[in-house]
Write a protein that binds this ligand. Structure first.
Ligand code: F6R
Length: 606
């Protein structure tokens, strides 16, 4: 988390830095700050809270200078306060950092022995203090930065700016992403290419352990061993104008509404033949693998969990799903017949990336299902399957989730085909069902008004339970996650059949229970569990189709009627009421929907 940006430019740096930070605010919004070199002197401005506060502060206290660095923070070490905001400065150095310096306490002890004491609670300030101490020992800025970086343990993307040096910035990366942008007599730095979208689309990504010395004339790159290296400069396709709400109140509602279109694009991209052949059929030997391991975090891991049902039921291929933060340290055996799939919207999630690195070289192949194709996860994978959701700005993942499901559905179909697990007739039916998904998602968006009515009442509760069976069980988990992250209502998802093994003790007349009950093979079983809740006074919000509602909707608190669609792909369609319920409940409660408290969109620390 945290976003960093830097410029050695021809124009005033402050507005450029703020524009870059605006594109990076999805990484954290606890505080923001910038530092510039103005007439040879370092100066900085910082403000607590969102970027708008920094902007206001800069109106009253402008900051001149054409060289600068900026930061938007997601607090790890030290509370969200102005003092803890970046850039951190010590003597002749200012620094911005994304990551965690794990040995900062040891470094503080070393600095204390030289009577250098911290002014903040952060790990990052230690980097500035150490670099300034190296300067005081007579090292040049470049040597001081190099010596400092050599002593750091943990994860970092760092940018250093120096007093008296208007044409020098030093950046380094280990564990956190960093991109250098090329302009005409100007150079830029950003946590990702999107941050630099309005400045340049000529990008060089730092590789793990790299350090770069940047001046307006260009950048020199050095690898982890200190050897000069050449890093590829490429033109990336990022749209500077795409960060726009298009008339919606929130990015989240825009992104929910976009799903019929983006899903249609994704499904067309993969089902139209050529791309499926090039990207999947010719790249992946799904008949040769004996199991699939899918690894991800949060909502992306729940997409994997839904897909597990598909791979196992349609393709007869065993699937293990793991959350990356556990997988990476468990040392699970991965054989040459294991296909590993890493799913990530951002492509930068630190735990998912580490899990991928663990599997590289062990698994038959490493496949990335990502939204950001310029991301670290994409760049380090053997096969990249883009989900084509377009920029997702709302912190709560919506369209990326359904597009991840669409890509995983195509993969499950391909696995079934290659393994001869289904007849041609069944495959054709599944394929034509998948083509229908975007229009069914459009129909499902028609539940919006009914869900607003439910949300107005749900918002008055402190807790909620979500139930589902089969592939709708992970969707119950996703519904609960979505609700808690943006409305702050405590919510839990359970497999409907698991309820009586403990959670049913929570049911009373105050407990709303959302039941995902499409009229499918599991319907009667799910309805039995629903009756058990109703018998104990629980308030049922039943989400089903016309047939399901007519059979079992009586006496429920609310009923949401979904389009009729008995298919393996039904969880994609049923994602919509999960998203709308969370969205409208959050709006009702007046929370910050797009930037909920304590969260960040890209989780680049473990
Ligand atoms: C929840 C949400 C998160 C992300 C998770 C993984 O709405 O968005 O749970 O799914 O942080 O992020 P990515 O997909 O970028 O790896």
């Amino acid at each position: 988390m945290c976003g960093i940006v830097g410029v050695l430019g021809k124009h005033q740096a402050a507005p450029i830095l703020v524009d870059g930070l605006r594109r990076l605010e999805y990484r954290g919004y606890d505080s923001a700050g910038i530092a510039t070199v103005n007439n040879g002197q370092l100066d900085r401005r910082r403000a607590l809270g969102k970027l708008v506060n920094l902007n206001d502060h800069l109106v009253l206290h402008p900051l001149a200078g054409t060289s600068g660095i900026g930061h938007t923070r997601w607090a790890t070490h030290g509370a969200a306060t102005t003092a803890n905001a970046h850039p951190h400065a010590s003597g002749r150095i200012a620094v911005v950092h994304n990551g965690i310096i794990e040995n900062f306490r040891e470094l503080r002890v070393f600095l204390a022995s030289h009577k250098i004491e911290p002014q903040t609670e952060t790990d990052t300030e230690t980097v500035a203090m150490l670099a300034d101490w190296h300067l005081s020992q007579g090292l040049s800025p470049i040597e001081a930065a190099k010596e400092t970086i050599a002593r750091l343990e943990g994860a970092y993307a760092l940018a250093f700016l120096f007093d008296g040096e208007d044409d020098l910035m030093i950046v380094a990366r280990k564990g956190s992403p960093l991109a250098v942008g090329w302009g005409d007599g100007e150079m830029f730095v950003g946590s990702d290419a999107l941050a630099l979208a309005s400045m340049t689309n000529e990008i060089t990504y730092l590789e793990e352990g790299d350090l770069a010395i940047i001046t307006r004339a260009g950048a020199d790159f050095f690898d982890a061993g200190g050897c000069a290296v050449t890093r590829q400069r490429r033109t990336v396709a990022v749209d500077a104008t795409s960060v726009d709400k298009a008339g919606h109140r929130h990015f989240m509602s825009k992104e929910i509404a976009e799903q019929p279109v983006v899903l249609a694009n994704t499904i067309k991209f993969y089902l139209d033949g050529q791309k499926r052949r090039e990207l999947i059929s010719e790249n992946l030997d799904l008949a040769a693998v004996d199991r699939v391991v899918m690894v991800a975090c949060g909502t992306a891991s729940l997409a994997c969990f839904v897909a597990k049902y598909w791979f196992e039921q349609i393709a007869g291929l065993p699937v293990e799903v793991d959350i990356a933060s556990e997988f990476r340290y468990r040392e699970p055996p991965i054989s040459g017949r294991t296909l590993t799939i890493f799913v990530s919207q951002s492509g930068e999630t630190a735990d998912t990336l580490a899990a991928l690195r663990y599997c590289a070289g062990k698994a038959s192949q490493v496949v990335a299902v990502v939204n950001v194709i310029e991301s670290s996860i994409a760049r380090e994978s053997d096969v990249v399957l883009p989900i084509h959701a377009g920029p997702e700005i709302g912190v709560a993942s919506t369209k990326a989730f359904t597009c991840q499901l669409a890509v995983l559905a195509v993969l499950a179909l391909e696995a079934a085909k290659q393994r001869g697990a289904c007849s041609d007739k069944v495959l054709q039916k599944l394929t034509s069902d998948l083509w229908r998904v975007p229009s069914l998602v459009a129909d499902a968006l028609g539940t919006d008004a009914a869900i607003q009515v439910v949300s107005a009442q749900l918002a008055r509760h402190d807790d909620a339970i979500f139930l589902g069976r089969g592939a709708h069980y992970p969707l119950a988990l996703e519904g609960a996650l979505k609700l808690k992250e943006i409305s702050y209502i405590h919510a839990e998802g359970y497999a409907a059949g698991e309820l009586k093994h403990g959670p049913i003790a929570l049911i009373d007349e105050q407990m709303p229970v959302v039941v995902l009950a499409p009229h499918d093979a599991m319907f009667e079983k799910t309805v039995s569990n629903m009756q058990e809740v109703m018998a104990r006074g629980g308030k049922i919000i039943m989400i089903s189709d016309a047939e399901g509602v007519s059979k079992a909707g009586d006496s429920t608190w609310h009923r949401i009627e979904m389009p009729q669609f008995e298919s393996h792909w039904s969880p994609i369609v049923y994602s919509i009421p999960m998203q709308l319920l969370a969205y409208h409940t959050a709006c009702e409660k007046g929370t910050d929907v797009d930037q909920p408290r304590n969260l960040a969109k890209s989780v680049t620390v473990e």
